[in-house]
Design a protein around this ligand. Structure first.
Ligand SMILES: [Zn+2]
Length: 462
């Protein structure tokens, strides 16, 4: 690792980098709490200062549309038109900190424990943004220039679901124009098993209101003769999957892309401890789609979860009624190349096929995001993979993310592929007490991000 482009820069600058990360982490930029709005703004200004100090130009705190929290922008475009442009995405807001009593040190007083830096936001995501900023600063320091144009977009509302990101991307589309998006906001399999994510799942949700009568009816006077809304909802929920755990919506799997051999091998190489997985989830055993491993089911297969099922009387004691209404909420996670539009109409068809004529149904749907995938053989993934290998001395595995995030909007609105250089670890306690950043991962991340910037010079600008 001694001979990487940023090795000596990192050695010389370690203390300064850690010092300014600690200062940033002291700012409680909790986007979910209105009383911290001022802190989110302070954090944005701090981030802008970091970008300026790194040699980035036209640094700007971007007010979010409406009442949103500010994002930060900066650019270095001296590589010119013939060179590719790379946009680095991360976020400077953090999760709330409760329960406070479970923290071993105060969340906004960063503390060193062994190789870990404990603080809210340490790895999600200020540490990883700092890693990218320092890689840019390092290459500029060591080489005097970058072989690619670089833009930074550091959001201030990621932890509350990026409510204004898409609008912001539309508004700033010209300024944000790029050939590639590099996201640093994810985790690796383990410190000694480097990996990179290739995808995020899409999300569509449904809220189904059922009515079978004007009002609840006396079960003694009417029971046995009138339809029961609770029973209808339960049947619907139960028929969402077949006995093999497969979703029964018509055509649901039609567009699901099968894994390439390389990806399948890579995914199979990710160690999986089923007992530990069950223990962490607090479950007795795993269920799900037959013939697919748990990792396949989480990242590469679509799922349908009943997230809520409510009907009838749930209070203390008993109430002898036939319920007239029921509510069923379903969340579908989608994978490439499923289309949220097609899946929505498939759900509506399925529902009307399932429902008896005497049930009145009102279906609300929320179109979340479409699935996102950058294939393992994409040139940018190859370059990323080599950069990670240089820093970790091991080829990274390819994994698939089960969640759904703002990356899809970046991909769609900016029209650029997304790659993931994330150095968090599963034990970093994201969104939980005692969040930490592993400083070895952080250092390797800076080295890899530096190699990535250099390697991306070979990417063809669009
Ligand atoms: Zn994050």
């Amino acid at each position: 690792m001694d001979d990487l482009t940023l090795s000596s820069y990192l050695e010389r600058s370690k203390e300064r980098i850690l010092g300014s990360l600690v200062d940033w982490l002291r700012i409680p930029s909790i986007s979910a709490h209105p009383e911290h709005a001022g802190d989110v703004e302070t954090s944005a200004e701090f981030c802008a200062g970091l970008l300026r100090a790194s040699g980035l130009k036209n640094v700007d705190v971007l007010a979010a549309p409406g009442s949103g929290a500010p994002a930060v922008y900066g650019e270095w475009l001296d590589a010119g038109h013939a060179a590719p442009t790379v946009l680095v995405y991360g976020h400077h807001d953090v999760q709330p900190v409760d329960p406070l009593e479970e923290w071993s040190s105060p969340p906004f007083e960063p503390a060193l424990k062994g190789d870990g830096l404990l603080a809210r936001g340490a790895s999600d995501d200020k540490g990883q943004v700092m890693m990218q900023i320092e890689a840019t600063r390092g290459v500029l320091t060591e080489r005097g220039q970058l072989p690619v144009n670089v833009k930074f977009l550091i959001e201030g509302e990621e932890e509350v679901g990026s409510p204004h990101l898409e609008e912001l991307l539309e508004r700033e589309r010209e300024r944000l124009r790029t050939d590639l998006v590099v996201v640093s906001d994810t985790t690796m399999v383990a410190a000694d098993i480097p990996s990179t994510e290739l995808s995020m799942r899409g999300l569509v949700t449904f809220d189904v209101m059922l009515r079978t009568a004007k009002s609840d009816l006396h079960s003694g006077l009417w029971g046995g003769t009138v339809p029961n809304a609770a029973l209808i909802a339960a049947r619907l929920a139960a028929s969402l999957h077949d006995d093999d755990g497969r979703v029964t919506l018509p055509g649901f799997y039609e567009r699901v892309r099968e894994l390439t051999d390389e990806e399948a091998r890579s995914l199979a190489a990710v160690p999986f401890d089923e007992t530990e997985f069950c223990r962490q989830a607090g479950v007795v055993q795993l269920v799900g789609e037959a013939g697919r491993s748990p990792y396949e089911r989480i990242g590469t297969r679509p799922t349908a979860e009943v997230v809520g099922l409510h009907s009838g009387y749930g209070g203390p004691g008993m109430k002898t009624i036939v319920p007239a209404t029921a509510n069923l909420k379903v969340a579908l996670r989608l994978v490439p190349d499923q289309s949220p539009d097609e899946i929505e109409s498939s759900f509506r068809t399925w529902l009307s096929d399932q429902l008896p004529k005497y049930v009145e149904a009102n279906v609300g749907s929320h179109r979340g995001v479409a699935p996102l995938l950058t294939p393992a053989d994409h040139p940018a993934v190859r370059i990323l993979s080599e950069a990670i290998e240089l820093a970790w001395d091991k080829k990274p595995l390819f994994t698939r993310g089960g969640g759904s995030g703002p990356e899809e909007a970046l991909n769609r609105v900016l029209g650029a592929p997304v790659i993931f250089l994330g150095v968090g670890l599963p034990e970093d306690n994201y969104h939980a007490p005692n969040e930490k950043l592993d400083l070895n991962q952080f250092s390797k991340g800076i080295l890899a991000a530096g190699e990535l910037l250099l390697g991306l010079a070979s990417l063809k600008p669009s």
